[in-house]
Design a protein around this ligand. Structure first.
Ligand SMILES: [Zn+2]
Length: 90
């Protein structure tokens, strides 16, 4: 596993976060559980980062899908954990 990659020069402004920081908070972001500051940081990162954008779209589609299945919170957690694990191994 590589360390956090450096941001593109045009993303290095104040408040910019690394891909790792964005990814760590992706689930909380999608669940709307981040504070306003972090929500904005993650949102901006996803908009400008070509690495994270496809990831984000995939996660969002996945979460929408499993929510649509009407699973209980525990089953959802289990599925999310497995996908998260798979993504980390890429
Ligand atoms: Zn990124």
């Amino acid at each position: 596993m590589n360390g956090p990659r450096l941001l593109e020069p045009d993303m290095s402004g104040e408040g910019a976060i690394s891909c790792e920081e964005a990814f760590e908070r992706l689930y909380d972001f999608l669940d709307g559980e981040l504070c306003a500051t972090w929500t904005e940081k993650v949102r901006v990162h996803i908009e400008v980062c070509r690495e994270c954008y496809p990831h984000f779209n995939f996660e969002r589609a996945f979460l929408d899908h499993i929510r649509g299945l009407g699973l209980g919170p525990e089953a959802r957690e289990g599925l999310e954990a497995r996908v998260r694990e798979a993504l980390r191994e890429e």
